[in-house]
Design a protein around this ligand. Structure first.
Ligand code: HEM
Length: 154
């Protein structure tokens, strides 16, 4: 008979940025933090920054920024306990895999995070909700790095 593994039987895994965070019973973070209006506002403002960013703008589909806005909004809403529309439309998030085609180096992460931080801080989320969201986004953005090569210039 095997003895139980100390600390639980779950294997230790790397952080999954697609799985849902632990949630206590009752209202979801999504609802408590302001619901769709708040999440959509943050992503819209984030993309206003991305559009003007020399590192990030070339990576995004110029013809389909509205689509990109919608995908990120739906993903964040789902992650934080809102509607599951993202997975109904896109399937499993598999975010690291979906970012493979893009040149996500530390510089790109820093630019991405700077626009996201500005957008979250400009929202009407409470300071505690902002801190929780930003903490997750920092880790998620770091985990998306897939190259240490310089940003291509062309
Ligand atoms: C670290 C820097 C990052 C860069 C440079 C980056 C870049 C991109 C680009 C170029 C796209 C394609 C846009 C589209 O057509 O949807 C994309 C998609 C997406 N990104 Fe990021 N991203 C970063 C971090 C993150 C993080 C931290 C998250 C989540 C917390 C995230 C979530 C998403 C989602 C949900 C999509 C749409 C996936 C799909 O359904 O196709 N990204 N990202």
């Amino acid at each position: 008979m095997t003895s139980p593994v100390p600390g639980g039987s779950e294997p230790v895994r790397g952080m999954s940025v697609g799985a849902a965070p632990a949630q206590s019973e009752g209202e979801s973070f999504f609802a408590a933090a302001g619901g769709h209006a708040t999440f959509a506002g943050i992503v819209r403002r984030f993309y206003d920054g991305v559009r003007e960013d020399q590192v990030l703008a070339p990576m995004y589909p110029a013809q389909d920024l509205d689509g990109a806005i919608e995908r990120l909004t739906l993903f964040l809403e789902q992650y934080w306990g809102g509607p599951t529309t993202y997975s109904e439309r896109r399937g499993h998030p598999r975010l690291r895999m979906r970012h493979q085609p893009f040149h996500v180096n530390p510089e790109a992460r820093d630019h991405w995070m700077a626009h996201m931080r500005a957008a979250v801080e400009a929202s009407d989320m409470s300071p505690l909700h902002q801190a929780t969201l930003l903490d997750y986004l920092e880790r998620a953005a770091h985990s998306m790095i897939n190259t240490f090569e310089d940003t291509p210039s062309d």
